[in-house]
Every structure is written in structure tokens, then in C-alpha cells.
Design a binder for this molecule. Structure first.
Ligand code: BGP
Length: 462
């Protein structure tokens, strides 16, 4: 299959990660605590095997050798994030040690031919801001814009591609609906407010960044999948429509077009969930939008009408739609996520038809598997054939979408070296390289060689 796929010669091939999941050195280098550091201090038992955010692949110390590994794998781009609390520990004062670290990290990438795409926020709210309500306090929007502006002042000469957020809906729903992120409370109204402030912060950040430099490109990263409904019954269609409004157009229309989906606004109004807005803020949102999109895709969203008819006001999204387990689904049993590579074409189609065929790239795709050590061969290499198959299948549909005119400029796998995953710790591993957390030794998996050769073929093949 792989030899038949065709990608543009200048296509970006890479991997993605984030500062809080890889850097380590959380309590040193002048960094202040983010919400994960603090939550682990307060409730370590919530984290898989009590493995908290201090246990990582120590990229803060080992970035140079990791960048060399990227080079060896033929990667030509990489996405990670900046740690807000490392750069601006109190939100105002620049930490020079952080500037030196990030500048050298980015310069090392550039020197090795790795195009950096740098993200600002990957679920890591500073603790000083979380104490004041995090995304539910509108004050955060100006703090975030200041942080964004500082990043461009300090690194804008090196880094040309920036993204404001990674999966903004995730910190909203995990913090205020599904209890996977601090403060782990259930409050639909607060969730919507946090979402609105996130959108405003995105727009204010873009404005502040563009004021510093015009030679940068600013995008955002969304977890995107078209919503697939169970059937064509009226109830299922309505459930699909609402799931689409709450999960897709909510952030995508606002961050890309600067508008709010009227269907969603009416729904929120009807259920008394609509936050108060200010005309000046709405103008900022309208005028400061993303130029490109990163699409994180792991699994499709399938829905059906809720089993119980809603009486009164909604208190959870599940009052509008429930998850639907498609009988023909193929599962990644470790993560519990459906594998459905065909959706890549539907994503491309959504962007082409509804979002002006704007430039986008696959910013995350990957397969988390538990206990990978059992797949070691006699030379100690993890033979992750399942991951190779997963990538190959997704690339197959992506190459078809590109042939059909999709404006897709790259593909990044999650992730490069196995990384820490929030409450799941190190349970499921995604990397091209495994890591021994005792010694920090990285070992390539079979997929890293497959990817290296695939990229080489795409760049040099006939
Ligand atoms: C994405 C996040 C990443 C990463 C990945 C894998 O949603 O952007 O931070 O964690 O999912 O998911 P998980 O680590 O939950 O298995």
C-alpha cells in the first residue's frame, strides 16, 4: 500500500508532544507550579500508579539528543508547546533561564532541518490563575494574551508557525463536565463560560502576537471528527446536529471564522447556558482568527438520541445525545477508542466545503498501547506492527484526500518518545521511541524505522 501513496515533496512529516508531558524539571529552572503539579501534590492517588507530572522523558535536559533522533528518523517538523509557568512564573516576570532553554531547543531543531510548530496552551493552566478560577474568570484572557505576546517577542525570530491552543474543548469538558482535569467539577454553565473565555483568549492572543510581528503564521489545533449519527430517524438527526454544534462548530466557527453558530447560540439560550458577552470582545473575536488548523484525530464521534427524553433544562451534553457503539466498529482496546481511518477523508471534506479549504495539517494521530514490552523481539526492539498498520491506513486516506484537493500540508504522529499522559500516567504508550524511566534510555520501535523509510521514499521516490 505504502508505495502507491503520494504526498507533496515539501510535506511536513513529524511528531507532536507538549511541554507538560515531556519536559520534566517541573520544580526547577525557575518554573512555578501549574495546575497538574498542584493537583498531583493534593491528590496523587488520582494518577495512574501515582505517576505525576514530574515523571517524564526529561526533555528539558535531553532535547539536543532527541532532536538528533528526529533528524535520524527523517522528520522535518515537530510540534511541542511552551510551558506558560516556566516562561512567566508569576504571569508577568520573564524567566531568563526559560528563554535560554526554549531558544536553544528551537535553534537546535532549525539547525537540524526540523520545522518547529509551537503551541501556547496544552491543558497547563498556571496555578496562580487556577486559584482565581482559571478559564472561568475573564481575567485570564488578558494574561494569556500577554503570555502569547511575550512568546513572539522572545521567539518570533526563530519560530514562524504558532498555535494558540491544543484541543480547547478538552480542557473545558475535562475540567467542568467529565472530571479528568482539575477542578473536576460538573457544571454545564461553567463549562460554556470556560469555552467562551478560551475563544476570547485565542482572539486576544492573535491580536497581541500580530502586533509584535507580521511574519508569523498563527493557527489553532482542534480535535476534529465529523459526527456520525446512528440512523436517519428524526431523533438521531437532531442528536447529531446538537453534537456537531457543541463539539465542532462551537470552537471551529469562532476560532476560524470569528462567528458563532446561530443554532448553538439558540440552543444555549434556550437552556440558560449562554454567557454574557460584550460587543467589543465579539469584535475582537470576529477580527482575529486562525490562519491554519491543526487537526488531532484519533477516533470518530458516533451518537444517538438520548435514551431518556429531556424534561426541563439540560445539565449535561448527554441530555442531547449519547455515545453510540457502532456494531461494526474496530477498537483499540487499550485506550478504548474506535479505529476509523476513513474519517480522514470526511475531515478533509468538512474543511474543503465549510471552511474555504483553509490550510491544515494532521497535528496528532496515533495509537496508545499498554504493556508494549511484551512485543519486544530478541534484540529488544518493540515490534509495533499494529502502529505501523494504523499509520499506514490513515495515510492512505490522507493521500486520497490530498489527491482530491485537500489543502493539507503535513502529518504528525502522537508522539515521538513515550510521554506522560495526565491521569493515565504512562499506561498507554504512543511513541516511535520507548523510554526507560529509570535510565532515560530511548529505544526505537519498529514503527520509527518504517516511518523513516516511508518519509525517505516520499521525498526521494520517483
Ligand atoms: C490528545 C492530547 C494529548 C495526548 C493524546 C493521547 O487528546 O492532545 O495531550 O495525551 O490525546 O491521549 P491520551 O494521552 O489521553 O491517551
Amino acid at each position: 500500500m505504502s508505495n502507491k501513496m503520494k504526498f507533496p515533496k515539501d510535506f511536513l512529516w513529524g511528531a507532536a508532544a507538549s511541554a507538560p508531558q515531556t519536559e520534566g524539571s517541573n520544580l526547577s529552572g525557575g518554573k512555578s507550579l501549574n495546575t497538574w503539579d498542584k493537583w498531583f501534590e493534593l491528590s496523587p492517588e488520582r494518577f495512574d500508579q501515582n505517576v505525576g507530572p514530574q515523571t517524564t522523558s526529561d526533555v528539558y535536559k535531553l532535547y539536543k539528543e532527541d532532536v538528533q533522533r528526529m533528524r535520524d528518523m527523517n522528520l522535518n517538523s515537530y510540534r511541542t508547546s511552551i510551558s506558560w509557568t516556566r516562561l512567566l512564573p508569576d504571569g508577568k516576570t520573564l524567566n531568563q533561564e526559560a528563554v535560554t532553554y526554549y531558544r536553544d531547543y528551537f535553534q537546535t531543531m532549525i539547525d537540524k532541518g526540523i520545522h518547529p510548530i509551537i503551541n501556547l496552551f496544552h491543558f497547563d493552566m498556571p496555578w496562580w490563575m487556577m486559584e482565581k478560577g482559571g478559564w472561568t474568570n475573564a481575567e485570564v484572557t488578558d494574561h494569556f494574551a500577554f503570555y502569547a505576546q511575550t512568546c513572539i517577542e522572545e521567539f518570533g525570530d526563530l519560530v514562524k508557525d504558532w498555535t494558540t491552543f491544543n484541543e480547547p474543548i478538552v480542557h473545558v469538558e475535562c475540567s467542568y463536565l467529565y472530571e479528568f482535569h482539575y477542578p473536576a467539577i460538573v457544571d454545564f454553565k461553567l463549562a460554556i463560560l470556560a469555552g467562551y473565555n478560551t475563544i476570547l483568549a485565542h482572539a486576544k492572543a492573535i491580536k497581541a502576537m500580530r502586533n509584535v510581528r507580521s511574519d508569523i503564521r498563527i493557527g489553532t489545533i482542534l480535535n476534529l471528527t465529523p459526527v456520525y449519527g446512528r440512523s436517519d430517524s428524526e431523533d438521531d438527526i437532531q442528536a447529531t446536529r446538537i453534537a456537531n454544534a457543541l463539539n465542532i462548530t462551537s470552537f471551529m466557527d469562532a476560532m476560524v471564522k470569528g462567528t458563532f453558530d446561530p443554532f448553538m447560540v439558540n440552543l444555549l439560550k434556550e437552556h440558560e447556558l449562554l454567557p454574557e458577552t460584550d460587543a467589543k470582545d465579539l469584535e475582537i473575536i470576529r477580527e482575529n482568527t486562525a490562519e491554519f488548523l491543526g487537526v488531532n484525530y484519533y477516533q470518530p464521534r458516533r451518537v444517538q438520541a438520548p435514551s431518556k427524553k429531556l424534561v426541563g433544562l439540560a445539565t449535561m451534553p448527554e441530555d442531547f445525545y449519547e455515545a453510540y457503539a457502532w456494531p461494526e466498529r474496530r477498537m483499540n482496546p487499550y485506550r478504548g477508542w474506535e479505529i476509523y481511518p476513513e474519517a480522514i477523508k470526511d475531515i478533509a471534506n468538512l474543511i474543503t466545503t465549510k471552511y474555504d479549504n483553509m490550510p491544515w495539517y494532521v497535528s496528532e494521530n496515533g495509537m496508545g498501547v499498554a504493556d508494549e514490552a511484551r512485543f519486544k523481539d530478541e534484540d529488544g526492539m518493540i515490534q509495533d506492527a499494529y502502529r505501523i498498520e494504523f499509520v499506514e491506513e490513515h495515510l492512505h486516506y490522507l493521500s486520497e484526500a490530498i489527491a482530491d484537493g485537500a489543502n493539507c500540508f503535513g502529518y504528525h504522529m502522537w508522539t515521538f518518545v513515550d510521554c506522560w499522559s495526565w491521569l493515565n500516567g504512562y499506561r498507554n504508550r504512543y511513541g516511535f521511541y520507548s523510554v526507560d524511566l529509570e535510565t532515560q534510555k530511548r529505544t526505537p520501535k519498529a514503527s520509527s524505522f518504517w516511518m523513516r523509510d516511508f518519509i525517505q521514499f516520499q521525498q526521494e521516490g520517483e
